[in-house]
Every structure is written in structure tokens, then in C-alpha cells.
Design a protein around this ligand. Structure first.
Ligand code: GAL
Length: 468
């Protein structure tokens, strides 16, 4: 009896300790992460090597218009729902009164003619020239080039060859993304990246493109932000292929890595001078509040998003494409119907925010560039960085502040070879439609896609001119 009592007492103490530890993990917040304040610097501090690539990025589905990709099909099914959900997602944004009519209109969620860049590309190349760009990152629309399995459309490929020829005539280096989210409907129908047959199909498509470009294209990116495909497409299940299964997502992700490795070999065989990489959406996470549990979630997901794909492909990558916009907050909630729920969001208290509510934190680009370089020791190219800013109030400062930290990374010995603004043009921002305005160049959708260079684009040109 006495021993039993003693045992029960010990058990009670152990349970109590466990409860206290769990409560501490769940409730006690650590201070928020240290934020390096926006730097004070002179224009002359923005120093870059002479051969630095100054550019802007786009992707096929977001600018070309009228493709038959899986996204086009998805939009038709989801436009009404997205319009209905808009108030609950975006009414907290400062620009809500300006965008309300557009964001609640289903038409906003249909890419349709997008920017009509498929027809207006000669004008768009002239805009690049006017802005002094020396590189342009764009993607090939797989659904145009291979509309049916194994049937390649030479005319569609010739379109991209013409674009590359025009870029070369204007001394603009083409950076080709081979997969930027959109893909043929038949790829989705065969189970997309979960099906290992998609690896062979993708590699055949990559060979066709590489053969066609020959020596005219040197820089290739196999995949754009593959981890976001895993998160959005397979974990949250809110974008194609709308699956909600981590296990299935991991299988798809592993096949994408294998597709990268095989494509790397195929491109190098066909073009020994090629430089091949991929681009990653770099996360800079912290907990909100910064409890041990939230911090652990931030570190787990950052690791997955930033490094998993690169760790699996590091021996087959010539450079690393870094895409950075804003830090992320992570919050884990215990209890409720699903026992554990999890959300990521932007710091609502950030002092400077984009139209989309994304915190502006320029030093973050230095943090992610140096982390990637220290881990892999490969050249870095910033393949996306930019801001949704419809009134062009923040963009010039945003670009200069981020470029300052890129120049500091170079000064500290990191071989950063180029910087591409997202985006050359306002464009179709996936499940948000047309209201986010990321362009160096504004597009007037109601007026025949008229392009107007924004003042911030001239500030960017000034930095380019100072360095050439
Ligand atoms: C990236 C993506 C781009 C663009 C950008 C702005 O994640 O690669 O296509 O949408 O974000 O949100």
C-alpha cells in the first residue's frame, strides 16, 4: 500500500512536470526574431560587377494569354468560389476599397488574354531595352509545345525561338524556365508528378526545347519553386492538382527531383555550355507568437521549403535561383476538430507592407542568399524579388534596399551573378487574379493591354546605368 502511494505520488509529479513543460512549449513566447533595420546608404554604395545580369522575370501562363494549360482549366472551375471568398481573405488589406469590385468579380480569376505578351512580345523586348535590362527570365509553356503526349508543335516552339533571337539581337541574355507551375492538361490527367511517367515525359519535352534552342540559350531553370507546388497543390490542396495528402505530395516532390536530375544530364549532353539550376521560394520563418512550438514549426517548414529540393539535387545544379519577397509567420494551434491546425501568414504589425500585406524586410535577402551559398557553395542568381504596389509608392525604395543587401552579399564574397525583378509587367497572379500589381511596367487591361513604364522602373534603370 505504502509503495503504491509512493508510486502514485511520483507519477503525479511526473505528469505535473510534463504539463508544465508542454504549457511552456505552447504558451511562453520568446522575443520575436531580431530584425536588422533598413540600411542607410549612398547610391554609390550600390556596387555590382560589370558582367552582372540585370533583369526582370515573367512566366508564360501569367503573361502570354490564351493557353490550354491545366491552370486555364482550373480557373474556369474555381473563379466563382475565389470571388466569393475574396472578402474573407483580402478585406483586411489597406487597398481593399480600391480592389473590392475587381476581387469580388469572378472574371478577375480567369487568366484569359493575360497580358497578350504572346503577340506583343516584340514590344515587351523593346521595353526591356528601354530599361537597360541585360537579361530576361521567362518560361516555356509546356502545354503549347506539347499539346498532346509525344506530339510536339514546332510552330509553338518557333515562337520561343523568335523571342530568343530578338533578345539576342538586343544583347539581352535569355534565362529559360522549363516549368513554372502551368503544364498540359494531359499531365494532370495521368496523375501529374505523382506518376513517374511524368518524369520521362518532362525529360522528352526538355530535350525537344534544348535541341531547338541549341547554343542560343545558355541558362536553364528546370523548376520554379517546386516546394510551393508541394504545399499549395498537395498539402493545402488549394491549387492544381488539389490533393490533400502529405504522403502523395512527397511522392510527387521526389519525382520532381528525379526529373530535375535527369533534365540536368539531358541538357548538358545537348549543350555542354549550358548552366542549369532551379529556383526556390526562400522562406524566412518565425513563430507568432514565438513559442517553442511555433519556432519548431517555422524551422521545420523553412528547412523543407528552402533546402529539401536543393539537398536532393545539389550535385546536378550549376547555380541556385533565389526568390525572396517577405518573411513568414507560423502558428500551430492545438485542440479543435482537427486536434492540430497550422497556419502561415504575414506579420500584420509590420511597419512597411506591400498591397498584398507582405512585410517588407530588405535584410532578409542577404540572409537567404548567404545561407544558400554557405550550404552549397554554388553561384547564386536572384531570379525573383519585387513588390505588389499599385501606386508605385514603395517599389523604387524596395528595389534599391534589396539591391543594397545583394551588393553587401557580393562584398562579403558570395558570387551573386544576377538579379531579376518580379516582374517586367503587371500580370495574372494565380489564385489572386489581376489585382496585385507587380510590374515595372503597368498594363491597362481595359485599354488593349497598353503598357506604361512606371517611375520606379526608371530608378531601377539608374542603378543599372551606374554599374555598366
Ligand atoms: C512567385 C511565383 C511567381 C509570382 C510571384 C509573386 O512565387 O514564382 O509566379 O506569382 O511569386 O507572387
Amino acid at each position: 500500500m505504502h509503495r503504491l502511494l509512493k508510486y502514485l505520488k511520483r507519477l503525479a509529479v511526473a505528469v505535473l512536470c510534463l504539463v508544465v513543460i508542454l504549457a511552456a512549449i505552447y504558451y511562453i513566447p520568446f522575443p520575436p526574431p531580431h530584425r536588422v533595420p533598413t540600411a542607410v546608404y549612398q547610391t554609390s554604395d550600390l556596387k555590382f560587377p560589370k558582367d552582372f545580369f540585370w533583369g526582370a522575370s515573367t512566366s508564360s501562363h501569367q503573361v502570354e494569354g490564351n493557353d490550354n494549360s491545366n491552370w486555364t482549366a482550373w480557373e474556369k472551375k474555381n473563379a466563382a468560389r475565389l470571388a466569393q471568398e475574396a472578402p474573407s481573405k483580402f478585406s483586411n488589406l489597406a487597398i481593399w476599397p480600391d480592389i473590392k469590385a475587381q476581387a469580388t468579380n469572378p472574371q478577375n480569376y480567369i487568366s484569359g488574354g493575360a497580358d497578350n505578351d504572346y503577340n506583343l512580345y516584340p514590344e515587351d523586348v523593346q521595353l526591356m531595352k528601354q530599361l537597360g535590362l541585360t537579361s530576361y527570365r521567362f518560361s516555356i509553356e509546356w502545354s503549347r509545345v506539347e499539346p498532346q503526349p509525344g506530339q510536339f508543335d514546332q510552330a509553338a516552339m518557333d515562337h520561343y525561338k523568335n523571342l530568343v533571337a530578338l533578345l539576342r539581337q538586343n544583347n539581352i541574355e535569355p534565362f529559360v524556365t522549363l516549368w513554372h507551375r502551368s503544364q498540359p492538361v494531359w499531365v494532370d490527367q495521368q496523375g501529374e508528378w505523382e506518376n513517374s511517367k511524368t518524369i520521362q515525359d518532362y525529360v522528352a519535352y526538355v530535350k525537344f526545347v534544348t535541341q531547338n534552342f541549341g547554343a542560343n540559350v545558355k541558362y536553364y531553370m528546370t523548376f520554379n519553386e517546386p516546394a510551393l507546388h508541394l504545399v499549395g497543390g498537395y498539402i493545402e490542396g488549394v491549387i492544381p492538382p488539389e490533393v490533400k495528402s502529405l504522403k502523395r505530395g512527397q511522392a510527387a516532390f521526389a519525382n520532381m527531383m528525379e526529373a530535375h536530375r535527369q533534365a540536368y544530364g539531358a541538357i548538358h549532353t545537348l549543350n555542354p555550355d549550358a548552366q542549369v539550376g532551379s529556383t526556390q521560394a526562400m522562406q524566412l520563418g518565425s513563430g507568432a507568437p514565438n513559442t517553442i512550438l511555433n519556432m519548431a514549426a517555422a524551422s521545420y517548414f523553412d528547412n523543407y521549403a528552402n533546402w529539401k529540393f536543393l539537398d536532393g539535387t545539389k550535385d546536378t545544379t550549376d547555380f541556385i535561383g533565389i526568390q525572396y519577397y517577405s518573411p513568414t509567420k507560423y502558428q500551430v494551434t492545438l485542440g479543435g476538430k482537427s486536434k492540430v491546425s497550422f497556419k502561415t501568414f504575414n506579420d500584420p504589425n509590420a511597419s512597411v507592407k506591400s498591397d498584398m500585406g507582405w512585410e517588407v524586410y530588405p535584410h532578409g535577402i542577404y540572409e537567404v542568399i548567404t545561407a544558400a551559398y554557405n550550404r552549397y557553395k554554388k553561384p547564386i542568381i536572384v531570379t525573383e524579388n519585387g513588390i505588389a504596389d499599385q501606386n508605385d509608392k514603395l517599389r523604387a525604395q524596395y528595389l534599391a534596399d534589396h539591391l543594397y543587401w545583394v551588393s553587401q552579399a557580393i562584398k562579403d564574397g558570395v558570387p551573386v551573378k544576377g538579379y531579376m525583378v518580379w516582374s517586367l509587367l503587371d500580370n495574372f497572379e494565380w489564385d489572386k487574379g489581376f489585382w496585385p500589381r507587380f510590374g515595372l511596367v503597368a498594363v491597362d487591361y481595359a485599354n488593349n493591354f497598353k503598357r506604361t513604364i512606371r517611375p520606379s522602373a526608371y530608378s531601377y534603370k539608374q542603378i543599372i546605368d551606374n554599374n555598366r
